[in-house]
Design a protein around this ligand. Structure first.
Ligand SMILES: Nc1ncnc2c1ncn2[C@@H]1O[C@H](COP(=O)(O)OP(=O)(O)O)[C@@H](O)[C@H]1O
Ligand SMILES: [Mg+2]
Length: 282
């Protein structure tokens, strides 16, 4: 079953084209990461996929229903976390979720369960405005989880968080995947994408440059292909990763001069740089 599909999506705001021929599909149960620098069109794409914004041309569908035509009960099965959806600062965590539980017509018993899932059950009575940044992100995440959706869109869920707080969010996203939930997330953090996502797509100026499993993309764009040795006297030597380098490398090892040896392993950031010639502006 395909959870999300995008077919030739184009979006222009007046004369400004923001998305160009974006196509992909996401099978159910996958964590799909959309990576790209600020302004590349990530949030716009989420809005189109979730039916909040109409594309200029092309089409988006969730579980084979066009995003623009989703019924209220179908929308209930889709959780969304994005910057525009804030929290009510003066309401407690519990009451924040109570508002949305009422809007969705769901049982209040889901609230406690959801607060537990995001590690906020001890904070149920605390006003949202008093929470730390990481806790506030978890409350926004709780809102996306509240209806036990089968599909969740997370727009830069860890943006601005310290590594420990981001790590907690990662664990919660991974737990959703274990339940069979499909997750679409955007990020400009390449390490986060590499760690969490089954597949990623690199977006640059509204166009998908490449997509696939992170490890496969790293292998495919491993243009460096070097083996680097650090010798016991502190010098560093690099060799092309091909059979012709073997005798020289073996000799250094036999002479007992090698301290460490590494093959070049490109990460998504270097793949992105290879493809665009520029660095992520984060
Ligand atoms: N409602 C809008 N009207 C005009 N331009 C917009 C609107 N929404 C987004 N844009 C423009 O579209 C581009 C992509 O924005 P966005 O999707 O927010 O990128 P990202 O989420 O990757 O940072 C930006 O240049 C932004 O200024
Ligand atoms: Mg954005």
């Amino acid at each position: 079953m395909i959870a999300v599909s995008a077919e030739h999506i184009e979006k222009a705001f007046c004369a400004h084209t923001v998305l160009r021929d974006v196509s992909f599909s996401i099978p159910q149960g996958e964590i799909f990461g959309l990576l790209g620098p600020s302004g590349s069109g990530k949030t716009t794409l989420i809005k189109i996929l979730t039916g909040q914004l109409a594309p200029t041309s092309g089409s988006a569908a969730l579980f084979a229903t066009r995003s623009e035509a989703l019924t209220i009960s179908q929308r209930r099965g889709v959780g969304i976390m994005m910057d525009e959806f804030g929290v009510y600062e003066r309401l407690s965590c519990f009451d924040n979720l109570k508002v949305f539980a009422a809007l969705h017509g769901i049982d209040r018993s889901a609230i406690q369960k959801t607060l537990e899932a995001v590690g906020l059950s001890d904070c149920a009575k605390i006003p949202a405005g008093k929470l730390s940044k990481g806790m506030k992100s978890r409350l926004r995440l709780a809102r996306a989880f509240l209806t036990s959706p089968q599909l969740i869109f997370l727009d830069e869920p860890t943006s601005g968080l310290d590594p420990a707080a981001a790590e907690e969010i990662h664990a919660m996203i991974a737990a959703q995947k274990k339940r069979g939930v499909t997750v679409f997330l955007t990020t400009h953090d390449m390490t986060e994408a590499e760690k969490l996502c089954d597949r990623i797509a690199l977006l640059d100026e509204g166009r998908i440059l490449v997509s696939g499993p992170p490890a496969e993309l790293c292998r495919r764009y491993n243009r460096l292909r070097q083996i680097t040795l650090r010798l016991s006297d502190g010098t560093e030597l690099s060799f092309p990763a091909d059979p012709a380098s073997a005798p020289a490398i073996c000799a250094l090892i036999e002479q007992g001069r090698m301290e460490t040896i590494h093959s070049s392993e490109p990460n998504l950031e270097s793949v992105f740089m290879t493809l665009t010639g520029n660095k992520l502006n984060v």
